[in-house]
Design a protein around this ligand. Sequence first.
Ligand code: ADP
Length: 299
Amino acid sequence: MDLATVVPHFPRPGETLQGNRFLVAPGGKGGNQAIAAARLGANVALIACVGNDEFGPRLLASLQAEGIDCSGVVTSEHAASGIAMVVVDHTGNNSIVTVQGSNGDLTPQQVARHVDSLATARMIVCDLTVPVATVESVLSTARQSGIPVLLNASPVQSPEPARLLPQIRYLVVNEVEAATLSARPVDSIDDAKAVASALHDAGATHVLVTLGARGVVAHFETDHGAQVAFFPASPVTAVDTTGAGDTFAGAFATAIVGGASGPRAIAFAQAAAATCVTRAGAAPSIPYLHEIGIDFRSN
Ligand code: ADP
């Protein structure tokens, strides 16, 4: 669940600030990415764990209302729901503290109960808000069934999850995550290109490094060899960038599953993410297909 407020500037240590709005909205990376894909036209099933607190039923209901198959969503016996405390400044930038909560209770055993539904997927989208052992169990099912995996390697605190990359078809990371995962700085577009190629060399087939308002650097493997390119973002006035990365990942996956080329899928996903940043909140700001002036099906 996202607990968000808008402040004149980010608080300094010891400072008490008055926020001028307070928003409680369903959130979480997996949920947001599922909502993005569903609103943009994909058939989506979610495997996740909500908390045994008052937010749990609210999160579940909000996902069901999007038409997402939630038969794989369980309720933790012990933990409260995962929380993101979001502070947005006057420029639309955010600062977020997350609490893993019930996300940490999603076990490989729970995933194993949904192997049949996983095995029929056209793409599996994972993030690192759940235990790495659980992600590994999903990767193993994906490998056995030949299903491509998109990993949004977030949150990431060390280069350790880079060992998963040989099993990843599409790696999506923002610049901070790219730097952490590769243990190399990302201060420029050229740095992002070098890191995208390094993460490809570490095993991911295609690598997308999102650079906020600047756009995306991608390393694509093609029949004609590697293509490393920068794709500028759609210019918009940002109100709140929360959820931009999740919208991008869900939209990109939807476009690829729909048959789009990599560059076309990036254009579609950037258009969706740009719309998201013009509105407040994460899940509430994720656009529907008709709100995006670009169709991923025309390559
Ligand atoms: P995350 O939310 O994971 O940190 P980014 O901030 O890199 O991800 O944003 C993901 C994508 O969203 C960007 O690559 C871009 O396409 C779009 N985006 C983010 N911020 C803006 C912005 N201010 N203006 C236009 N597009 C944006």
